[in-house]
Design a protein around this ligand. Structure first.
Ligand code: ADP
Length: 815
C-alpha cells in the first residue's frame, strides 16, 4: 500500500503538468464536496423547518375546522329545535312538514345528514346526501335508523352535564364514518324529540385538505383510522394506525404537544403530527396532518445534483484549462530539453526559437547563448588540439624518427615547418659555426643548401642583430651580412621570414622562409602559425643541439676507443717481448744472488724482487690479453695448495723484507689437494701478496690464511696497510682502475692485477671480495672449489704458442 502511494507520489512529482493541475483540482474538489454538502443541507434544513411549521399550522387549522364543524352541528341542531313548526310536526309525526322545514336549514348550513327522532325513540325522518356530493338535489330521504345511538338515548333521557344537553360522537353509518351531534327538541321544557346532525368524515377531511394543502387523517380513541386523505388503497389504514402507546401518550399529554413521526405509505414518505380531536371538552378521537417528505428529499437531491453538476463542470474546466496551460508550458520545456540534448550531442547549430517574455523565454535565450559560447569554445579547443597534434607529429618526427642523426634531424625540421607554414618556396636551416663565426646553410628544400650563401655572424646577424629577436620577423635580404650578397637576389628573393634557433640561452642558427610566388612574406604568418612556428623553432633548436652533442660525444668515444686499442696493442707486444728475457733475468738474478759478496746482497735482493714484480705484471698483462682474445683456459691438475702458497710466500719474502714487513702464513696441516690450474693459482696469490706488500707502509704485518671451506677452500690475505674506501671497493676489480693514495704516490702498477685475479678466480668457479677500512688495512678473500667444473675440456688442447710462454719457470727461483 505504502509502496503504491510512493509510486503515485513519484509519478506526480515527475510531471510538471500534474504538479500544476493537481493542487487546483484538489482545491476545487474540496470546495465542491463542502459546497454540495452545505447547500444540500441548507436546502433540506430550510425546507424541513418550513415544512414542520406548516405541519403545525395545518394541525391548528384542522383543530379549528373540527371545532367549527362541531359548532355548526350544535348551531344547526339548535336552529332546527327552535324552528317553528318542528315541534308540532314531531308531535304529529308529520314527515312532509318536517321535510319542508328541514331542507332549507340543511342546504343553508351545508349539512350532510339530519335525523329526526320522536320522544318515543322512533325515527320520523332522515335526510342525507351521499358522501362526496354537494348539490341540493343530492339530498334524499333515508331509512337508516339512528334512534338506538347512545347519544340519542342520552338526549331523550334528558341527561344534562356541565356542557349542556347536546352530545357528539363518531359513528359508522351505511359504511361511512360520520361525526354526529344530537340535541333535544323541546316544547315547554318537555323533550318531544331528538335532532341528529351529521357530517361525513371523509367530506370533512377533504375540505380541510383543500384549505390547508395537507393530508389529514382521523382516528378513534383506540387509534384506529377512521378516515384519511392520503391515497394508497388497502395498506393505508394499517400504515397510519396509531399504536396504543401513542394514543395513551397523546391522551396523557392532553394535546399540549403534538408528537411527530415519519411513516411510509406505498412509495411515499410522510411526516405526521398527531393531536387530540376534542369535542365538548373531551377527547373524541385523534387527528393527524401529514405532508409527503419525498419532495424534501427530492429537493435536497435536486440541490445536490445541481451542485454536483456545477462543481463537476468546474472541475472539468480546471482540468481542461490546467491541462491546456500546463501543456503549453511543458511543451516548451520539452522543446528546450530536446534542444539541450541535441547540443549535448554536438549539434551547435540548434537554437530554441522561443521568443516569449516569460521565464521560459529567458531560459531559452540563456540556452541559446550557452550553445553559442559552447560552439565558440569547442572551435577554439579544436584549433588548439589540431595545433597540438601538428606539434606532436612534428616533434616526433624531429626527435624520435630522426634518430639523433643531425642530417636526419635537419630534414625532419624542414619537413615539419613546411607543414606548418604553408605557401613557402624555400626553407633553409643555417647553423652557427662558432669557430669561424659563420652561419652556414646546412639543410634546405626544395633547393640544395649550396645554392645559398654563407652569412657572417657579426653585429648585423649575430646576438645583437637579427638573431636576438625571439619572434619570427620579416626582413629584406639586403639587411643580411652575406659573404656573397648577390646569392639571394640571384634566386629572385628580396624579402625573407627569419626565426632564430635558440637552445637554452645559446643561438645555434636560424630558419629562413621565402614565400611562394609574389606573396609578401608577412602573409606567411598568422597569429596561430606564428605561435606554432616559435614552438617548433624551440623544439628544433633543442633537437639540433642534442644531435650536435651526440655527434661530438660519438667522436670523442671513437677517439678514446682508438687510444684504448693502441694501449692494449702496446701492452700485448710489450708483454710478449718482455716475458722471455724476464725469465732469463730472473734465473740469472737468483743464481747471482747466492754468489755475490755480502755487501752486494741487498742490491742483489732488490734485483730479484724487482724482476719477480715485473714478471707478475707481465703475466697479468698476458692473462688479460688472453681473456680479451677468448683464449684463456685452465690446465687442471691436482694441486697441493699449501705447497703452492708456501712457495709464493717464499718468493715474495725478499720483497716483504725490503719494506720491513712480516708475512705470517696460517696453513692447515691436513688439506687434500684441490683440482686447479697451479700456475694460475700462483698468479692469483702473487698479485694479492704483491698488492698487500705494496699498499702497506713500512714495517707492516701481512697474514695469509688458508681454510677448509666445505666444498671449497678459503684463502685470505690480510694487511694493515692504507685500506680502501667503501666507494672504491667494487671498482678496484675493474681494468686499469687505481686508487691514488697520497703517501704511496709513485708506486708501480697498471691497475690490471685485481682484474686478472677476479677473472682467474671466476674461471675456477670461485669468488673474490674485499673487506677493508681506510687506514686500518684490507683483507682479500678468495674461494676456490675443491673440484673445479672443467672449463678447459671444451677448449683447444695445449698447442697454443702463447701458452708455452707461461711454462713454469719458478723452479729456477731459489727458495
Ligand atoms: P695495481 O696494483 O697495478 O695498481 P691492481 O688491480 O692490483 O692494480 O689494484 C688496483 C688498485 O686496488 C690499486 O691501485 C690499489 O689502489 C688498490 N689495492 C689493491 N690491493 C690493495 C691493498 N691490499 N691495500 C690497499 N689497496 C689495494
Amino acid at each position: 500500500m505504502f509502496r503504491y502511494i510512493q509510486r503515485i507520489v513519484s509519478y506526480v512529482s515527475s510531471r510538471i503538468r500534474l504538479k500544476i493541475i493537481l493542487p487546483f483540482a484538489l482545491l476545487t474538489l474540496m470546495v465542491a464536496v463542502t459546497g454540495t454538502y452545505l447547500s444540500t443541507r441548507l436546502v433540506a434544513g430550510s425546507l424541513e423547518e418550513r415544512f414542520t411549521g406548516q405541519l403545525f399550522e395545518a394541525g391548528k387549522a384542522v383543530a379549528d375546522g373540527l371545532a367549527q364543524r362541531e359548532q355548526l352541528h350544535l348551531s344547526t341542531a339548535r336552529v332546527i329545535a327552535f324552528t317553528t313548526g318542528i315541534d308540532e310536526s314531531l308531535l304529529s309525526n308529520n314527515q312532509t312538514q318536517l321535510q319542508n322545514l328541514l331542507f332549507p336549514i340543511m342546504v343553508n348550513n351545508n349539512i350532510d345528514r339530519v335525523d329526526m327522532i320522536n320522544a318515543d325513540g322512533l325515527p320520523l325522518l332522515a335526510i342525507h346526501r351521499t358522501p362526496g356530493t354537494n348539490a341540493i338535489e343530492d339530498y334524499m330521504i333515508t331509512t337508516a335508523n339512528l334512534a338506538d345511538m347512545p347519544i340519542v338515548n342520552k338526549v331523550l333521557q334528558g341527561v344534562v352535564d356541565a356542557r349542556g344537553d347536546k352530545y357528539t360522537t363518531l359513528a359508522t353509518i351505511d359504511g361511512y364514518e360520520m361525526l354526529l351531534t344530537a340535541g333535544p327538541v323541546k316544547q315547554e321544557d318537555q323533550i318531544i324529540g331528538v335532532v341528529l346532525v351529521g357530517s361525513y368524515i371523509q367530506n370533512l377531511l377533504n375540505s380541510f385538505k383543500q384549505i390547508i394543502f395537507t393530508d389529514v387523517s382521523l382516528y378513534d380513541l383506540e387509534g384506529q383510522l377512521i378516515g384519511t386523505t392520503i391515497p394508497g388503497g388497502g395498506e393505508t389504514p394499517a400504515a397510519l394506525a396509531m399504536t396504543p402507546t401513542e394514543t395513551r401518550l397523546l391522551l396523557a399529554l392532553e394535546g399540549e404537544t403534538s408528537p411527530q413521526k415519519s411513516i411510509s405509505v406505498g412509495e411515499n414518505e410522510y411526516d405526521l403530527i398527531y393531536s387530540i380531536f376534542w369535542a365538548r371538552g373531551a377527547p373524541l378521537g385523534f387527528y393527524s396532518v401529514a405532508t409527503p417528505t419525498t419532495f424534501i428529499v427530492s429537493q435536497g437531491t435536486n440541490a445536490r445534483n445541481q451542485m454536483v453538476i456545477i462543481f463537476t463542470t468546474a472541475l472539468l474546466m480546471v482540468f481542461g484549462i490546467g491541462y491546456v496551460m500546463s501543456s503549453r508550458i511543458t511543451g516548451r520545456l520539452h522543446h528546450l530539453m530536446e534542444n539541450a540534448m541535441a547540443v549535448a550531442d554536438g549539434d551547435f547549430t540548434r537554437r530554441t526559437q522561443i521568443s516569449t517574455n516569460d521565464e521560459i523565454g529567458s531560459l531559452a535565450r540563456s540556452l541559446d547563448y550557452m550553445t553559442e559560447s559552447l560552439a565558440n569554445y569547442t572551435h577554439a579547443l579544436q584549433d588548439k588540439i589540431d595545433e597540438l597534434i601538428t606539434l606532436h607529429e612534428s616533434s616526433t618526427a624531429v626527435t624520435i624518427k630522426s634518430n639523433l642523426n643531425l642530417d636526419q634531424v635537419l630534414q625532419a625540421i624542414i619537413a615539419s615547418v613546411r607543414g606548418v607554414i604553408r605557401n613557402t618556396d624555400q626553407v633553409i636551416i643555417y647553423l652557427l659555426d662558432e669557430k669561424n663565426q659563420t652561419l652556414i646553410p646546412k639543410a634546405s628544400a626544395p633547393q640544395a643548401p649550396h645554392s645559398f650563401p654563407m652569412l657572417a655572424f657579426g653585429e648585423q646577424n649575430g646576438e645583437r642583430g637579427l638573431l636576438a629577436a625571439t619572434r619570427p620577423q620579416v626582413i629584406s635580404v639586403s639587411n643580411l651580412a652575406s659573404y656573397s650578397p648577390g646569392a639571394f637576389s640571384a634566386n629572385g628573393i628580396t624579402d625573407i621570414l627569419v626565426t632564430s634557433l635558440i637552445a637554452g640561452q645559446e643561438i645555434i642558427g636560424m630558419l629562413i622562409f621565402t614565400p611562394a610566388g609574389n606573396q609578401p612574406p608577412a602573409e606567411l604568418l598568422n597569429k596561430d602559425s606564428e605561435r606554432l612556428l616559435r614552438t617548433l623553432a624551440n623544439q628544433a633548436a633543442i633537437a639540433i643541439k642534442n644531435a650536435q652533442l651526440f655527434e661530438a660525444t660519438q667522436r670523442a668515444y671513437q677517439e678514446l676507443q682508438q687510444l684504448d686499442d693502441l694501449k692494449t696493442e702496446f701492452i700485448n707486444i710489450a708483454a710478449h717481448e718482455l716475458r722471455t728475457p724476464l725469465g732469463a733475468m730472473m734465473g740469472y738474478a737468483s743464481f747471482a744472488q747466492k754468489r755475490v759478496p755480502p755487501n752486494l746482497q741487498k742490491t742483489m735482493n732488490f734485483l730479484v724482487v724487482s724482476t719477480l714484480r715485473m714478471r707478475t705484471m707481465v703475466d697479468a698483462m698476458l692473462t688479460i690479453q688472453r681473456l680479451d682474445a677468448g683464449k684463456a683456459f685452465l690446465r687442471l691438475n691436482s694441486v697441493d695448495i699449501q705447497k703452492t702458497i708456501r712457495k709464493t710466500v717464499t718468493d715474495f719474502q725478499p720483497m716483504a723484507e725490503l719494506a720491513g714487513h712480516i708475512i705470517v702464513a696460517n696453513l692447515p696441516d691436513e688439506l687434500p689437494p684441490i683440482e686447479a690450474d697451479a700456475e694460475k693459482i700462483d698468479l692469483i696469490f702473487s698479485n694479492l701478496l704483491s698488492n698487500a706488500i705494496k699498499f702497506t707502509p713500512e714495517d707492516g704485518h701481512i697474514q695469509v690464511t688458508l681454510q677448509d671451506y666445505g666444498e671449497s677452500i678459503l684463502l685470505s690475505v690480510r694487511d694493515n696497510g692504507v685500506g680502501i674506501a667503501k666507494e672504491n671497493q667494487e671498482r678496484i676489480f675493474e681494468r686499469f682502475y687505481q686508487v691514488r693514495v697520497a703517501h704511496l704516490a709513485g708506486h708501480s702498477g697498471m691497475g690490471i692485477g685485481l682484474t686478472t685475479v677476479k677473472h682467474l678466480v671466476e674461471l675456477h668457479g670461485g669468488q673474490v671480495w674485499v673487506e677493508s677500512e681506510v687506514g686500518q688495512g684490507s683483507t682479500f678473500f678468495i674461494t676456490l672449489p675443491k673440484t673445479t667444473a672443467d672449463n678447459s675440456r671444451n677448449t683447444p688442447a695445449l698447442t697454443s704458442a702463447e701458452f708455452q710462454l707461461i711454462e713454469p719457470e719458478t723452479s729456477v727461483i731459489p727458495v
